[in-house]
Design a protein around this ligand. Structure first.
Ligand code: IPM
Ligand code: MN
Length: 357
């Protein structure tokens, strides 16, 4: 029997509630297939920080490196200064574990309400490959004369040929493996960011020569947001930098039915990857059993896929579709018609009962 060691960081706010349901579903998967999960819990997050003053203990990153995967709830606490936990935990893990891809599927499931008029599940099914270790997130820059009328703030976007090329290469490989429209769109801003996106564009078309089976396309980031709303069916796989990827995937989450369903994976193809619902800690709903755990459950599905457990990942998705299609009134917190734990129970039940083909 295959067994996986998974580090679990439930985190802040509603993170623990949704991760609990994700684990429930993964345990149902493990009873159905011959795989086992050993979950190891870590209490990193705002609550621990407020109690101990420590963001990540020494050695934590190296300890996490030894796991097969990391399952993360949410990081962010209303009593902690914005940026502290984001930089000190989430971004630090992405960077130090070299999770250079942030993979974010945008898929409208049956039953999910889409704010776009006349768009159906067959129209919204694409995936964003966001570069996850460079760009504006690298932290390059500085400030001079802070607090004076002459203050200068510089925040630079770092784009290395190596970092950009490995991300683009991943996107081509992913597009080929996904085997749908086989179309890869580079999302950039070549008309203004003439240094950074010149590098991206050259790398993109050079790597494209190795993938004659993939159609290539380019869209400026501003136009991309327009097409997301107007013609989402044009997209199959999109590759973009860290900042643009951050922005367009929030829009992506909205057109697939909201944060309640949006999952993501921080991938290091050669190391340990980390899976998370992308919606944040939603502190105002904490402890009320009203948030939607499907994003966390779907993040668990992405984890299965990354571990090479294709069949279990497919079954998990099928179970989620059963629940969105036939049970939930809405995907929004407090409006599902079911509690957080009920939704986890339903998905786990279908994981146990649905046929495998
Ligand atoms: C995300 C989040 C993070 C980001 C924040 C919390 C640092 O918005 O995962 O998209 O900007 O990457
Ligand atoms: Mn974001």
């Amino acid at each position: 029997m295959k067994s996986y060691n998974v580090a679990v960081i439930p985190g802040d706010g509603t993170g623990p509630e949704v991760i609990r349901e994700g684990i429930k579903v993964l345990n149902a998967i493990s009873s159905r297939f011959s795989i086992a999960f050993n979950f190891h819990q870590y209490d990193f997050g705002g609550t621990r920080y407020l109690r101990t003053g420590e963001i990540l203990p020494d050695g934590a990153v190296d300890e996490l490196r030894k796991f097969d995967a990391i399952y993360l709830g949410a990081i962010g606490h209303p009593d902690v200064k914005p940026g502290t936990l984001e930089k000190g935990i989430l971004l630090r893990l992405r960077f130090e574990l070299d999770q250079y891809i942030n993979l974010r599927p945008v898929k409208l499931y049956p039953g999910a309400d889409c704010p776009l008029k006349n768009k159906k599940p067959e129209d919204i099914d694409f995936i964003v490959v966001r570069e996850n270790t460079e760009g504006l997130y690298a932290g390059a820059g500085g400030v001079l004369k802070k607090g004076t009328p002459d203050e200068v703030a510089v925040q630079e976007s770092i784009n290395t040929r190596k970092g950009v090329e490995r991300c683009i290469r991943f996107a081509f490989e992913y597009c080929r493996k996904r085997n749908k429209a086989k179309k890869l769109t580079l999302c950039g801003k070549t008309n203004v960011l003439t240094f950074a996106f010149d590098l991206w564009e050259r790398a993109f078309y050079e790597v494209a020569k190795e993938y004659p089976d993939i159609k290539v396309d380019y869209a400026h980031v501003d136009a991309t947001t327009m097409w997301f709303v107007k013609n989402p069916e044009w997209f199959d796989v999109i590759v973009t930098d860290n900042m643009f990827g951050d922005i367009i995937t929030d829009l992506g989450a909205m057109i697939q039915g909201g944060m309640g369903i949006a999952a993501g994976g921080n991938i290091n193809p050669e190391g340990v990857s980390m899976f998370e619902p992308i919606g944040g800690s939603a502190p105002k709903y904490t402890g009320q059993n009203v948030v939607n755990p499907l994003a966390a459950i779907c993040a668990g599905g992405m984890m299965l896929e990354q571990l090479g457990e294709q069949k279990p990942a497919e079954l998990l998705e099928k179970a989620v579709i059963e629940v969105t299609g036939k049970y939930l009134k809405s995907l929004a917190a407090g409006k599902m018609g079911y509690g957080t734990t009920d939704v986890g129970d339903l998905v786990a039940k279908f994981v146990t009962e649905l046929s495998l083909d």
